[in-house]
Design a protein around this ligand. Structure first.
Ligand SMILES: CC(C)(COP(=O)(O)OP(=O)(O)OC[C@H]1O[C@@H](n2cnc3c(N)ncnc32)[C@H](O)[C@@H]1OP(=O)(O)O)[C@@H](O)C(=O)NCCC(=O)NCCS
Length: 135
């Protein structure tokens, strides 16, 4: 499968089922068995970049931002068959384009992506703290 014909969008609201299918295909640990929660994740986000190939959702960058100071990139996922072809890089680039120079982009890496983010332009931060969700 080739990533050449992938179409990116910042105005596309993906459905819960296709988003869950993408998280599964990417191997991203998200509540894919709870479509209502996935629906709320999409509805509550205010910056979503999608990647589609022949209409099929093959990539997503889902963020929450004020478009002024900070942005949290919660989910970055690329279809398992299309990884390492630049789709993730494009999703991040388009997210950054939407945010502009005043906005800090923050994320938590999945275990398997720890060596990806330094290459994608992110700096590791030893001062990050969190309170984990309970479920
Ligand atoms: C991590 C992920 C989003 C990257 O997207 P992608 O489209 O595969 O990545 P790109 O093609 O844009 O990759 C850019 C570079 O990073 C490398 N890379 C891709 N995935 C990587 C990984 N998991 N670890 C280390 N390097 C990785 C690519 O080989 C490429 O290297 P190059 O610049 O030398 O050619 C995607 O692989 C994915 O969905 N992985 C599973 C889910 C996940 O871990 N998501 C992150 C959650 S925080």
């Amino acid at each position: 499968v080739s990533a050449e014909d992938v179409v990116f969008s910042t105005s596309d609201r993906p459905g819960a089922a296709e988003t869950a299918a993408l998280f599964r295909s990417a191997g991203l640990n998200r509540p894919v068995h709870d479509l209502d929660r996935i629906e709320r994740m999409i509805g509550g986000a205010n910056l979503i970049v999608t990647a589609r190939l022949n209409g099929k959702l093959v990539g997503i960058a889902r963020s929450i931002t004020d478009f002024s100071y900070a942005c949290y990139l919660s989910d970055l996922a690329v279809d398992g068959l299309l990884q390492k072809q630049g789709i993730g890089r494009n999703l991040i680039a388009i997210t950054r384009e939407q945010l502009g120079p005043e906005v800090m982009l923050l994320l938590l890496s999945a275990p398997g992506a720890m060596s990806y983010y330094p290459r994608a332009g992110f700096t590791k931060n030893e001062r990050a703290f969190w309170i984990e969700r309970e479920r």
